[in-house]
Ligand binder design. Structure first.
Ligand code: GLN
Length: 241
């Protein structure tokens, strides 16, 4: 078995160790004897998204998101929409997550038209939402508890019929008001969780990997790993919350 991972815009979107999600996914596959290739697709790359099983997009400031707009409009946005509709697995963090939605209106009033792959939008505010936070994934996303770090101005509001990744018990999540965190749409997982997200949340990491493997190979059971280090990190942060 093999997963082909695309790291989209690694040169522009990578905050608070987001790249650690790629390392984590690759290691968790290889420890189980599953091959994994990682292909960086940077700004201006002519390579298409065809053939990838999983696409990772990290976070970035408002400025970096604006820098990417012309590249998205040159065809990348249409490719992402097609890949999402085709069931490709996505993991997108914060700024990358916001970009999968319809638009982002920054707190200074700039309107960025985004990818429109998932029906939600984001509106910025002067007060940022910052800190370690905790959320419980929905049953459709494996049901695990997740610790992570958030730092965003944008408030994300999910559209009709679009489900969250989970619900916050500490911190802000999507908008600090409705209790939702992130998004799950088709095989898209979006989250505000930096930190990086996956290394100290191994159950969510495996749920995402399993989603990608099952699309490609049908039902598959991932062999258990020794997660004592990962869980020690998880509980250390959850203790502080
Ligand atoms: N620019 C976005 C915001 O502040 C995303 C920030 C991030 O990726 N951490 O809302």
């Amino acid at each position: 078995m093999e997963l082909k991972i695309c790291h989209l815009y690694p040169d522009v979107l990578n905050l608070y160790g987001d790249r650690g999600n790629i390392i984590c996914m690759k290691k968790r596959l290889e420890w189980r004897g599953i091959d994994c290739t990682v292909t960086p697709l940077g700004l201006g790359s002519a390579e298409t998204l065809a053939g990838f099983d999983l696409v990772f997009i990290g976070g970035g400031q408002d400025f970096e998101q604006e820098v990417l707009l012309p590249d998205l409009q040159r065809g990348r946005a249409a490719e992402v929409r097609a890949a999402v509709a085709d069931g490709v697995t996505f993991l997108a963090i914060c700024g990358g997550y916001q970009m999968l939605g319809n638009y982002y209106e920054t707190h200074t009033g700039e309107k960025c038209d985004f990818i429109c792959a998932v029906n939600f939008h984001t509106v910025g505010a002067p007060e940022r939402m910052i800190g370690n936070y905790f959320f419980n994934c929905t049953a459709d996303c494996g049901g695990s508890g997740v610790v992570a770090f958030e730092n965003h101005s944008g408030r994300t509001f999910l559209g009709h019929g679009v489900q969250p990744l989970g619900h916050v018990t500490r911190g802000f999540g999507n908008n600090g008001t409705d209790g939702t965190e992130g998004v799950r749409w088709q095989n898209v997982f979006g989250s505000y969780g930096h930190g990086s997200l996956l290394p100290k949340n191994p159950a969510l990491a495996d749920f995402i990997l399993q989603t990608a493997l099952e699309r490609k190979y049908g039902q598959c059971d991932l062999a258990p790993l020794d997660d004592s280090m990962e869980l020690a990190a998880h509980y250390e942060i959850s203790k502080r919350l």
